[in-house]
Design a protein. Sequence first.
Length: 196
Amino acid sequence: MTTTPDRPDRKSEPLEHPHAWAFLGEALRSPRQAFARARNVSYWGPAFGLTAVGVLIGYLADPYESAPMVVGVPLVTGGSLLVLRLMTAVVRVVCGGYGADVGATASQAALLAGVINIPGAALALAIGADAVLVVVAGGVAAVVFVGCLTVLFSVAFEVGNGRAFAGVLVGGLALLVLIVGLVGCLEAVAAGGTGP
Protein backbone atom coordinates (compact mmCIF):
# COMPACT_ATOMS: atom_id res chain seq x y z
CA MET A 1 0.00 0.00 0.00
CA THR A 2 1.42 3.38 -0.96
CA THR A 3 0.75 6.69 0.67
CA THR A 4 0.67 10.02 -1.07
CA PRO A 5 3.43 12.41 -0.09
CA ASP A 6 1.04 15.26 0.59
CA ARG A 7 -0.93 13.36 3.24
CA PRO A 8 1.29 14.39 6.21
CA ASP A 9 1.25 18.02 5.02
CA ARG A 10 -2.54 18.11 5.12
CA LYS A 11 -2.50 17.00 8.75
CA SER A 12 -0.02 19.71 9.70
CA GLU A 13 -1.97 22.51 7.97
CA PRO A 14 -4.34 24.45 10.21
CA LEU A 15 -7.96 23.50 9.76
CA GLU A 16 -10.07 26.35 8.44
CA HIS A 17 -13.78 26.93 8.49
CA PRO A 18 -15.22 26.82 4.98
CA HIS A 19 -17.51 29.76 5.65
CA ALA A 20 -18.44 32.31 8.28
CA TRP A 21 -21.53 30.45 9.51
CA ALA A 22 -19.47 27.36 10.39
CA PHE A 23 -17.06 29.62 12.27
CA LEU A 24 -19.90 31.28 14.20
CA GLY A 25 -21.52 27.95 15.00
CA GLU A 26 -18.32 26.59 16.50
CA ALA A 27 -17.57 29.89 18.25
CA LEU A 28 -20.83 29.48 20.17
CA ARG A 29 -19.96 25.91 21.23
CA SER A 30 -16.21 26.12 21.85
CA PRO A 31 -14.72 29.55 21.14
CA ARG A 32 -11.04 28.69 21.70
CA GLN A 33 -11.17 25.85 19.20
CA ALA A 34 -13.10 27.97 16.70
CA PHE A 35 -10.61 30.85 16.92
CA ALA A 36 -7.65 28.49 16.60
CA ARG A 37 -9.16 26.79 13.55
CA ALA A 38 -9.98 30.11 11.87
CA ARG A 39 -6.58 31.65 12.48
CA ASN A 40 -5.74 34.04 9.60
CA VAL A 41 -9.09 33.37 7.90
CA SER A 42 -10.79 36.59 6.80
CA TYR A 43 -14.57 37.10 6.94
CA TRP A 44 -14.95 40.75 5.87
CA GLY A 45 -17.88 40.17 3.50
CA PRO A 46 -20.15 38.44 6.03
CA ALA A 47 -18.94 40.82 8.76
CA PHE A 48 -19.96 43.82 6.64
CA GLY A 49 -23.35 42.23 5.95
CA LEU A 50 -24.12 41.43 9.59
CA THR A 51 -22.92 44.84 10.76
CA ALA A 52 -25.05 46.57 8.12
CA VAL A 53 -28.12 44.58 9.19
CA GLY A 54 -27.56 45.57 12.83
CA VAL A 55 -27.03 49.23 11.90
CA LEU A 56 -30.13 49.23 9.68
CA ILE A 57 -32.30 47.74 12.44
CA GLY A 58 -30.85 50.26 14.89
CA TYR A 59 -31.56 53.07 12.42
CA LEU A 60 -35.16 51.95 12.07
CA ALA A 61 -35.50 51.88 15.87
CA ASP A 62 -33.94 55.32 16.37
CA PRO A 63 -33.27 57.23 13.11
CA TYR A 64 -30.17 59.43 12.90
CA GLU A 65 -31.19 63.05 12.76
CA SER A 66 -28.03 64.13 10.95
CA ALA A 67 -28.06 61.72 7.99
CA PRO A 68 -30.63 59.93 5.87
CA MET A 69 -30.70 56.13 6.05
CA VAL A 70 -29.15 55.68 2.62
CA VAL A 71 -26.05 57.61 3.79
CA GLY A 72 -26.05 56.83 7.50
CA VAL A 73 -26.19 53.03 7.35
CA PRO A 74 -23.17 52.51 5.04
CA LEU A 75 -21.23 55.26 6.83
CA VAL A 76 -21.80 53.82 10.32
CA THR A 77 -21.19 50.27 9.06
CA GLY A 78 -17.87 51.20 7.46
CA GLY A 79 -16.88 53.29 10.47
CA SER A 80 -17.64 50.41 12.85
CA LEU A 81 -15.49 48.00 10.83
CA LEU A 82 -12.65 50.54 10.66
CA VAL A 83 -12.81 51.06 14.42
CA LEU A 84 -12.55 47.30 15.05
CA ARG A 85 -9.63 47.08 12.60
CA LEU A 86 -7.77 49.86 14.41
CA MET A 87 -8.59 48.42 17.83
CA THR A 88 -7.29 45.01 16.78
CA ALA A 89 -4.01 46.59 15.63
CA VAL A 90 -3.60 48.31 19.01
CA VAL A 91 -4.42 45.09 20.88
CA ARG A 92 -1.85 43.16 18.84
CA VAL A 93 0.85 45.67 19.82
CA VAL A 94 -0.15 45.47 23.50
CA CYS A 95 -0.09 41.66 23.27
CA GLY A 96 3.50 41.62 21.99
CA GLY A 97 3.17 42.26 18.26
CA TYR A 98 3.08 38.69 17.00
CA GLY A 99 0.50 36.06 16.20
CA ALA A 100 -2.32 36.05 13.68
CA ASP A 101 -2.90 38.60 10.95
CA VAL A 102 -4.55 41.80 12.20
CA GLY A 103 -6.98 42.05 9.27
CA ALA A 104 -8.26 38.49 9.56
CA THR A 105 -8.59 38.76 13.35
CA ALA A 106 -10.43 42.08 13.04
CA SER A 107 -12.86 40.52 10.55
CA GLN A 108 -13.62 37.76 13.05
CA ALA A 109 -14.16 40.38 15.78
CA ALA A 110 -16.50 42.29 13.46
CA LEU A 111 -18.43 39.11 12.68
CA LEU A 112 -18.87 38.44 16.41
CA ALA A 113 -19.91 42.06 17.00
CA GLY A 114 -22.57 41.80 14.30
CA VAL A 115 -24.07 38.63 15.78
CA ILE A 116 -23.99 40.01 19.32
CA ASN A 117 -25.49 43.42 18.42
CA ILE A 118 -28.38 42.34 16.18
CA PRO A 119 -30.63 41.01 19.01
CA GLY A 120 -30.31 44.27 20.94
CA ALA A 121 -31.10 46.31 17.84
CA ALA A 122 -34.13 44.10 17.14
CA LEU A 123 -35.29 44.56 20.74
CA ALA A 124 -34.94 48.34 20.39
CA LEU A 125 -37.03 48.22 17.22
CA ALA A 126 -39.71 46.10 18.92
CA ILE A 127 -40.13 48.02 22.20
CA GLY A 128 -38.44 51.38 21.60
CA ALA A 129 -34.83 52.50 21.80
CA ASP A 130 -35.32 54.33 25.12
CA ALA A 131 -36.67 51.33 27.06
CA VAL A 132 -34.78 50.21 30.17
CA LEU A 133 -34.73 46.62 28.88
CA VAL A 134 -32.84 47.80 25.77
CA VAL A 135 -30.21 49.48 27.96
CA VAL A 136 -29.83 46.32 30.05
CA ALA A 137 -29.57 44.19 26.89
CA GLY A 138 -26.92 46.59 25.57
CA GLY A 139 -24.91 46.23 28.77
CA VAL A 140 -25.11 42.43 28.62
CA ALA A 141 -24.10 42.50 24.94
CA ALA A 142 -21.10 44.71 25.77
CA VAL A 143 -19.91 42.30 28.49
CA VAL A 144 -20.36 39.29 26.20
CA PHE A 145 -18.51 41.08 23.40
CA VAL A 146 -15.56 42.01 25.62
CA GLY A 147 -15.38 38.39 26.81
CA CYS A 148 -15.44 37.09 23.22
CA LEU A 149 -12.79 39.61 22.15
CA THR A 150 -10.58 38.62 25.07
CA VAL A 151 -10.68 34.95 24.11
CA LEU A 152 -10.29 35.73 20.39
CA PHE A 153 -7.25 37.96 20.94
CA SER A 154 -5.76 35.53 23.45
CA VAL A 155 -5.83 32.74 20.87
CA ALA A 156 -4.94 34.90 17.86
CA PHE A 157 -2.02 36.73 19.46
CA GLU A 158 -0.80 33.80 21.59
CA VAL A 159 -1.08 35.40 25.03
CA GLY A 160 -3.01 34.69 28.21
CA ASN A 161 -6.52 36.00 28.83
CA GLY A 162 -5.23 38.66 31.24
CA ARG A 163 -2.92 40.22 28.70
CA ALA A 164 -5.56 39.98 25.99
CA PHE A 165 -8.09 41.70 28.28
CA ALA A 166 -5.54 44.46 29.00
CA GLY A 167 -5.15 44.84 25.23
CA VAL A 168 -8.92 45.16 24.82
CA LEU A 169 -9.02 47.86 27.53
CA VAL A 170 -6.08 49.81 26.07
CA GLY A 171 -7.44 49.49 22.53
CA GLY A 172 -10.91 50.55 23.62
CA LEU A 173 -9.61 53.57 25.54
CA ALA A 174 -7.34 54.63 22.68
CA LEU A 175 -10.22 54.50 20.23
CA LEU A 176 -12.55 56.29 22.65
CA VAL A 177 -10.09 59.18 22.87
CA LEU A 178 -9.74 59.21 19.08
CA ILE A 179 -13.50 59.15 18.50
CA VAL A 180 -14.21 61.87 21.09
CA GLY A 181 -11.50 64.01 19.48
CA LEU A 182 -12.87 63.49 15.98
CA VAL A 183 -16.45 64.18 17.04
CA GLY A 184 -15.32 67.34 18.80
CA CYS A 185 -13.47 68.49 15.69
CA LEU A 186 -16.45 67.76 13.45
CA GLU A 187 -18.80 69.64 15.79
CA ALA A 188 -16.43 72.60 15.84
CA VAL A 189 -16.26 72.63 12.04
CA ALA A 190 -20.05 72.32 11.76
CA ALA A 191 -20.61 75.12 14.29
CA GLY A 192 -18.09 77.33 12.51
CA GLY A 193 -19.77 76.74 9.16
CA THR A 194 -23.28 77.65 10.34
CA GLY A 195 -22.46 81.21 11.22
CA PRO A 196 -23.97 83.42 13.96
